[in-house]
Design a protein around this ligand. Sequence first.
Ligand code: ACM
Ligand code: ZN
Length: 556
Amino acid sequence: MRFRHVLSSVTLMVTLVLFSACDQKEVLTGDFSLVSPLPRMIASDEPIDSPMVISCRTFIGYPEGNDALRDAAEMLAQQLGYILGTPLRTVPSGKRSTGIRLRIDPELGAGLADFQQKECYRIMSDADGISIGGGSILGVLHGIQTLVKALLFPDAAGRCRFVLPAGTVFDYPEFPYRAFMLDCGRHFFPVEDVKHVIDILALHNLNYFHWHLSEDQGWRLEIKKYPRLTEVGSYRPGTRDPQDVLDGIPVSGFYTQDEAREIVRYAAERGITVIPEIDLPGHTTAALAAYPSLGCTGGPYEVANRYGVLDDVLCVGKDETMTFVKDVLAEVMDIFPSEYIHLGGDECPKVRWAECPDCQRKIRELGLRDNGNKTKEELLQSWFTSELEAYLAEHGRRMICWNDVLCDWGDHVVGEPSKRTVIAGWMRPASAAIAAREGYDAILCPVGHFYFSNATNNKLEGLDLIRSVYDVSVIPEGLTHEESRHILGAEACIWTERVADRSDLEWKLLPRLSTLAELQWSDPAAHDLDAYLLRLRHMTDLYRFRGWNARELILP
Ligand code: ACM
Ligand code: ZN
């Protein structure tokens, strides 16, 4: 076998002109070098003329009794069915000769980091068949996506045969945390849309779906102990536009616990963990509208009808608030098995706390004082956040918070969350770097680059748009080796103040998600913009083939 980074031009695109008996069209040839994110190692066998043929008659095999691999086989059968017009059949291996075989091989990633070992995969192909092996089921799932991306061509529909050149792909991720966040608070997205987003994430090898479930403008998760959260908090009759005019368009909806569990299951089947976010103690007007006694003034409050940072936040001086939050989190942990639970912590004004007898009493009880760097109200938020961090830790969970709990826009350290907190650096790339230097694990999600809903970012066109993501280094410059080990990965976010439907969501997400995935997954040493642009074109074709509303970009 001869290793190459890019398969020979013989395999590039659809040039293998074998006229098939079934449709008299040229047979398409799969090409791993067009897959994004780029696999680490692509090797072609010599001679190159003994390819594997995949047709409607190809069976997909899985080890008998392995339900996870059986489900994965079904998924692959369905995905290839898009292309071949009819789903392939699946069967326990050994029952009959199978063209594609799935298996788990725990030895596969020996020597790699733990997460890489679990997520690594190897695809081996020759004239006798294709085997997709994974360090765990997660690796197999990534391998399936890579195979599908290598075969999907825009003019593929209706073909009944493909060929895959003989060779090997071996691949594993660069970062353990590869996420996308969807805000379902500002606008509600039905379960089917959320599943659709999860399908898109899986195609790009992401492993976390960060689900922003509570906002000033809407509380979206059923909490059995506090039914008014959704009875009252999930509805607003309209929203004010930037000129402060009410649009009169009602926004409503929430996820029942059964629906949320279904999303968790659906995501898990695709190798994705759902991280719920309950944003606290700011961005909680919808909760206050439902339970006014949780606020400093007692209300009345309304589910917010305007966007921005609002002054009314949870009163953290009242014991009742802590009880409420812990009750809510108990139900959240029951629904979501994720180790990570996101508790927001962003944009929490302190004006109410500064005037509130309960908050000021709590400050005195805790002995908090302005200390030059931090006000006593900022320290009150640190106390609140640390209490919740400890509560989650008691249940084996780990808290993520936005970087506001640690540092501000001017890169000043303004809080002291407990060291187990994971910091999501959204304000600037430097925010995650500050966290790493302070000894916190951190995630990179800077608004100027990875907020795909950001209006300034969206004004960029063509290559500028792609480079606004591709040129970011997930490891911020200037970190020592030791500090850089705190960077867990990267996340893109879509906030939905001005995103109200699936089509607009797709337009903002695609194709930049592919660019982000290159940073999250691929080897940084293989970073090469021109080569990526070839893959980007292939991915964009693939989105169109699926009927997704990817943004049109004029690229060189
Ligand atoms: C944020 O964008 N407020 C995290
Ligand atoms: Zn208060």
